[in-house]
Design a protein around this ligand. Structure first.
Ligand code: TXA
Ligand code: MG
Length: 518
């Protein structure tokens, strides 16, 4: 379809209003993010919103009004506390949830008996709604799953050809969506944090509950919270730890994959010096409004730059930080890397699991005898020295002992390289030809396929367990699985003698592993 681009002039807004009245879809600026509007009383028009966004249709929409008078047509009653909130924060970035009037179509409310209403502060938005003469249902004007649009350009990127018109306005000053407060129950519940803060709401209402998902992405109370939101294409991780630890961690990661880094101005200098890192600032460390204003744009920029992974700082919970934290941690699907326990970045191809807390789990030996171990995967860093040696030694010994078990290997940071010269030589002396080995990157699929994953160091093990907590039960260090203490030090860069020591140690441990799984 052809998308008209409208300005914020009176004539253009009148045209926008006409399109809305006629059942069309019009994207428009608000102070929070751009919205994608349709006449809230026109079921057919509302369906077009879902289609344009590619959004599940049980997710309710916020209905936007030009003034408080319009609320009468939407809310069946005005609960206690609502008046003062409206007087204080409307027009503005606060959405209130009321018991719905009968006329409000269920397609707007996602089948609920309540309706979410907001009177935006943006003058263009209110003028457009006034021109339409009807309440305007409008979710954020992004394709479902993408970060909400905060600029006209973002909306064009996502919606050109999918909607009837886009009103070109300024960049959204707030930058994150409105605060959503549910007033339909006994106690008010904060469903989504925004520029109107929890502290401000409590001042007026006294008690306000906070939906769990607001802080830690758990059980969705607001239907919208169950969908993956705010997610850029890149995998986002929150780094928890000191500046030094973060810098060391990111330095190790840079060069492995294309890495993006979100920082605060105060620390930018540390990170821009790291080669190969794409650094964007969220503004000053004490400026949550600026961080909110920049966040979604920054995430989109990261995608445009083609980064595979974005590392981001921890965010506080107070005041407007809570809104920034909620969006960023959800973009990260709650993946928080504690730099006290991880010091090298996780491997590629992680599946994104919403709400999956990243924690290493305790190793539990596979239940003895119940499930035969047939496939053993050895893991080291580059898959050119230790893990291929373990793989080939394992295969040789399994054959000698007549044990039917397969071996393979991979590296946490591996390209496609041949086995190291010394490792090949050390194996040759043991009667093994490993000349055809090509190193490969560890992937989630490889971990899934294996019955047992044996790593050279504790660090390797922790990284795998963090990336795949639900597979932690089959990951162990080689030494520990063989019933011994210690790790296999990396012989990389050492002489042949060092490699022989490594080979002999591996041979010994692999022998014990085979006895154990026989
Ligand atoms: O800032 C904003 O609120 C932007 C701009 C365009 O105004 N709009 C926006 O709408 O963010 P949307 O549809 O992307 O988000 C609506 C949120 C969702 O989390 C949804 O689940 C929740 O509000 N919501 C809507 N109606 C609800 C209801 N009756 N009960 C509970 N949650 C509701
Ligand atoms: Mg949205």
């Amino acid at each position: 379809m052809e998308t008209k681009i409208l300005s914020a002039d009176a004539a253009d807004l009148a045209e926008g209003g006409r399109l809305l009245r006629m059942g069309g879809t019009v994207a428009f600026p608000t102070e929070t993010v751009y919205g994608l509007g349709a006449n809230a009383f026109d079921e057919c028009a509302v369906k077009k919103i879902y289609a344009a966004k590619g959004r599940p249709s049980d997710n309710p929409l916020i209905v936007h009004i030009a003034d408080v008078k319009m609320l009468k047509t939407l809310a069946a009653e005005i609960p206690a506390g609502a008046r003062e909130l409206m007087d204080t924060f409307w027009p503005g970035p606060l959405t209130l949830i009321f018991p719905k009037a009968e006329e409000v179509p269920k397609s707007v409310t996602g089948g609920l008996d309540t309706v979410a209403v907001r009177c935006p502060a943006d003058v263009t938005a209110r003028q457009l709604i006034a021109e339409a003469g009807v309440p305007v249902a409008a979710p954020s004007a992004n394709l479902s799953g993408k970060p909400s649009p905060t600029t006209f350009r973002h909306v064009q990127e996502d919606m050109l050809g999918r909607v009837d018109a886009i009103v070109k306005g300024t960049d959204a000053p707030v930058g994150v969506e409105s605060t959503v407060l549910d007033l339909s129950g006994e106690v008010p519940v904060l469903l989504r944090p925004g520029a109107v803060t929890l502290e401000q709401l409590k001042k007026i209402l006294g008690e306000v509950e906070v939906a769990t998902a607001v802080r830690d992405g758990e059980v969705p109370k607001s239907p919208g919270l169950k969908y993956k939101h705010y997610a850029p294409k890149a995998d986002v991780y929150i780094l928890k730890g000191s500046l030094d630890a973060a810098a060391a961690f990111v330095k190790a990661a840079a060069g492995q994959r294309k890495i993006g880094m979100l920082v605060f101005d105060e620390f930018a200098e540390v990170f821009v010096r790291i080669p190969g890192l794409f650094v964007l600032s969220l503004g000053g460390q004490r400026n949550p409004s600026e961080a909110a204003h920049r966040l979604f744009s920054a995430l989109r920029e990261m995608d445009a730059a083609g980064v595979a992974v974005v590392y981001a700082p921890e965010i506080p919970e107070s005041g407007m930080w809570l809104a920034v934290r909620n969006r960023l941690y959800r973009a990260a699907a709650e993946r928080i890397l504690d730099l006290q326990t991880v010091s090298v970045p996780p491997f590629a191809d992680q599946t994104k699991e919403e709400g999956a807390e990243v924690t290493a789990e305790k190793y539990e030996a596979p239940a003895g005898g119940q499930e035969r171990i047939k496939k053993v995967l050895f893991v080291c860093t580059g898959n050119t020295c230790r893990s291929p040696m373990a793989e080939y030694l394992f295969r040789q010994k399994a054959e000698e002992k007549g044990i039917l078990a397969e071996a393979s290997s991979a590296g946490l940071y591996a390209g496609a390289s041949p086995i190291s010269v010394q490792a090949a030589q050390a194996l040759k002396e043991a009667g093994i030809d490993a000349g055809r080995h090509v190193s490969r990157q560890l992937t989630m699929e490889l971990v899934e396929e294996a019955d047992l994953v044996l790593t050279m160091t504790d660090q390797h093990k922790r990284m795998i367990c963090q990336a795949a907590p639900d597979m932690a039960c089959k990951v162990e260090t080689l030494a520990a699985y063989a019933g011994e203490a210690g790790e296999i030090p990396d012989p990389f860069g050492g002489d042949l003698a060092t490699y022989r020591v490594c080979r002999d140690r591996l041979a010994q441990l692999v022998g014990k592993v085979l006895e154990k799984i026989r």
